[in-house]
Design a binder for this molecule. Structure first.
Ligand code: PMP
Length: 417
């Protein structure tokens, strides 16, 4: 056992069994090689910062891919987990679970939807939404209505139905045959959507901002247009807010920016502030399609996860919190626009709230990401053209400026090189 705690300064109690190189070597030997991991092992986090196993500190503008909305180890979330862990850590859904009821109440009070099913991840929330839409449509319209239309460049998770729903062949290849009943249309194209609706269609599923697909924001009139089309044709509108929900875009849900409400919504990521939890929400009459025995999850709505999520949601819904997110995100966006004016390699800056992408006009995203990492800033590269920035919602203006300084140097070096 290597004692590396002293490298963390004040936190002498930190113990890490393996040093960074050993962790990376062991990962290569014993984990299924499903991820193209960066050569860093992160061992501690606090606020907007994380530390690697070698004791180096980074500003974290990845936030566990939009999970650590409250930054790392938010005291309120840590305390809620501690308190609940000593009371009831797990309990079967054969029984009623008080923390589940509290969290569901909070989500319902703050959305236009009426009922919640808890699960453990985004993909499971999407699976729940798909199953519910099919069940509803069969009851409402008959057995031939099962198809769900999704968008090209969408991302809905990695389970089989979720990759079938995902409008990107690269996630599907090698895993065929996929569950049938999905078709894809270009995002932000209402005419294409109308043309794609057929006799089997039961629902449309969209992300308000396509996160994994490259930070593509729904046009202001697109979601209202889709809502009207769904109402006209008797289709359900499912919004996948796994990445955009729970404050990420400066509103509690991203669809609030568009003045519409979905019939079903999937949530995960930021919901548990780092604790794995997902949820599918639905309107009362849609949720009624599920009857006892239809759907279940052993861990779904686990008391510990619900206690963490309740603390997270209460914090995000406190007066002024989301206004502050919007202000800081506006500052970050302006700083990125300044960089675009200065560096021709930045083609476009786009996003909503604290979900921001910068598209480059050449394959340099991985190189820029690597340079930032060397200088103490973690950002995400989607392919080699798009930089994605997902700071904690609690990030300060000073932390944004520190990140922009590092990014500026990285872009300058990459522009020269
Ligand atoms: N839907 C969306 C919109 C997502 O961004 C993601 C994760 N990136 C998922 C679903 C899948 O979530 P999970 O990885 O928790 O299964």
């Amino acid at each position: 056992m290597t004692f590396v705690g002293s490298r963390f300064g004040e936190r002498e109690e930190e113990l890490v069994d393996l040093d960074q190189e050993e962790i990376i070597t062991q990962a290569g030997r014993c984990l299924m090689q499903t991820y193209g991991r960066l050569p860093l092992a992160l061992v501690r986090g606090e606020g907007a910062y994380v530390w690697d196993a070698a004791g180096r500190r980074y500003l974290d503008f990845v936030s566990g891919l939009a999970v650590n909305g409250l930054g790392h180890c938010h005291p309120r979330v840590v305390e809620a987990i501690r308190a609940q862990a000593g009371v009831l850590m797990h309990c079967s859904n054969l029984y009623h679970i008080e923390p589940q009821v509290r969290l569901a109440g909070l989500l319902i009070e703050n959305s236009a939807l009426d009922r919640v099913f808890f699960c453990n991840s985004g993909a499971e929330a999407v699976e729940t939404a798909i199953k519910l839409a099919r069940k509803w449509a069969k009851k409402r319209h008959g057995p031939e209505r099962y198809e769900i239309i999704t968008a090209l460049q969408s991302f809905h998770g990695r389970t089989l139905a979720a990759i079938a729903a995902t409008g990107q062949p690269k996630y599907q290849q090698g895993f065929e045959p996929l569950p049938p009943g999905f078709s894809y249309v270009p995002f932000n194209d209402l005419d294409a959507l109308r043309a794609a609706v057929g006799e089997h269609t039961c629902a449309v599923m969209l992300e308000p901002v396509q996160g994994e697909g490259g930070v593509n924001v729904a046009a202001p009139d697109y979601l209202p247009g889709v809502r009207a089309l769904c109402d006209e044709l008797g289709l359900l509108l499912i919004l996948d807010e796994v990445q955009t929900g729970i404050g990420r875009t400066g509103r509690f849900f991203a669809h609030e920016h568009y003045g519409i409400t979905p019939d079903i919504m999937s949530l995960a990521k930021s919901l548990g502030a780092g604790f794995p939890i997902g949820a599918a929400l639905a309107r009362e009459d849609v949720a009624a399609a599920f009857t006892p025995g239809d759907h279940a999850s052993t861990f779904g709505g686990n008391p510990l996860a619900c206690a963490a999520a309740t603390a997270a949601v209460e914090t995000i819904l406190e007066s002024g919190f989301l206004d502050q997110v919007t202000r800081t995100a506006g500052h970050f966006r302006r700083r990125l626009e300044e960089l675009r004016a200065r560096f021709p390699m930045i083609k476009e800056v786009r996003g909503l709230g604290m979900l921001i992408g910068a598209e480059l006009n050449r394959d340099a995203a991985k190189a820029v990401q690597g340079r930032c990492q060397e200088s103490g800033l973690l950002i995400n590269a989607i392919g080699d053209r798009i930089l994605r920035f997902l700071p904690p919602l609690t990030v300060t203006t000073a932390e944004v400026d520190a990140a922009v300084d590092i990014l500026t140097t990285a872009l300058a070096q990459e522009s020269e090189g």
